[in-house]
Design a protein around this ligand. Structure first.
Ligand SMILES: C[S@@+](CC[C@H](N)C(=O)[O-])C[C@H]1O[C@@H](n2cnc3c(N)ncnc32)[C@H](O)[C@@H]1O
Length: 290
């Protein structure tokens, strides 16, 4: 199954480099298992038809981040990854399976999620810690990942400080959160936001969720002594919903075209603001230490 199509590569050269190098590395690993792989060479490589699917499905932001993490794994002997709010750990199953040089640590305050993560990642290079990501130094990590978590975090300042404290000095954090869910959401969601806030103030954070305002995020990033290296948006309204309607055989192609489209959209000069969150649903940042 192919990861890169020629037409897609032509449309977005940056992504083409990312996905192509990731793809070639996967093939190269299968074929020669050599750590000294050269990105510019595809000699001796099988056809793309022998490669398994993408790293993740149904979410363009996660596919983008995981592809970039896979690129880092390709370039290093080992890569330490800390996943804040790992949930059931499913985002990293494929990445860990394909990149045995990645050492993964997932952290989550939900006991059931931790149990599922341990099951899902059994046999892979993974450690799961049952705790909220507050006041911890979990690294030293080359990469901190936080996917779809910040909108559920009550103490966002402590959480981002934990991300910063867990990173090596030249590490990077891939942080995305759902910016559209709470403004475009159902009445059920609005009730959850209200009740979750009351419970969190009473010390029970489990059900907390609230919109992450752009200005708040930028302020907390600076307070945590992090800086924004890259800011993008993904999961544009309707494309994410359309994914769920596709026949299974079209999903790989859709994911590639979708990610290409989103990256192209980011290059068109559309300035993200909170009012656009119902359309540009996922905010995605790459952060580094100051
Ligand atoms: C929507 S799930 C996302 C899980 C996973 N990252 C994914 O993308 O599938 C949000 C997760 O954030 C976790 N979470 C909430 N508050 C947290 C905190 N303070 N520290 C770490 N994780 C937290 C929840 O327990 C939950 O598993």
């Amino acid at each position: 199954m192919a990861i890169v199509t020629t037409t897609a590569s032509n449309r977005h050269p940056n992504l083409a480099i990312n996905l192509a190098s990731y793809d070639r590395q996967m093939i190269s690993q299968r074929k020669v298992a050599s750590p000294s792989w050269e990105p510019s060479s595809t000699d001796g490589v099988d056809t793309l038809g022998g490669v398994d699917g993408l790293l993740v499905y149904g979410n363009a932001a996660k596919l983008y981040c995981l592809t970039r993490i896979a690129e880092l794994a390709a370039a290093r002997e080992t890569l330490a990854v800390v996943d804040l709010g790992c949930g059931a750990g499913t985002n990293f199953v494929e990445l860990l399976r394909r990149w045995p040089n990645v050492r993964y640590m997932g952290v989550d305050p939900d006991l059931e999620a931790c149990t599922r993560a341990r099951e899902n990642l059994a046999g892979l290079e993974a450690t799961i810690i049952h705790a909220p990501a507050y006041g911890l130094e979990l690294g030293p990590a080359d990469v901190v990942a936080s996917f779809s978590v910040l909108e559920h975090v009550y103490n966002r300042s402590a959480y981002l400080e934990c991300a910063a404290a867990s990173l090596v000095s030249d590490g990077v954090a891939f942080v995305n959160y759902d910016a559209g869910h709470f403004v475009a959401g159902s009445s059920r969601d609005r009730v959850k936001t209200l009740v979750g806030g009351v419970l969190a103030r009473a010390g029970r954070e489990r059900w907390y969720q609230s919109f992450v305002a752009e200005e708040q995020f930028r302020r907390l990033v600076a307070r945590a002594e992090l800086r924004i290296v890259e800011a993008k948006f993904f999961n544009t309204a309707t494309l994410k919903e359309l994914y769920g309607k596709l026949p299974p055989e079209s999903r790989d192609r859709f994911m590639q075209e979708w990610l290409e489209f989103e990256l192209g959209l980011n290059d068109l000069g559309l300035a993200y603001e909170d009012a656009l969150a119902p359309l540009l649903r996922t905010r995605n940042f790459v952060l580094a230490r100051t």
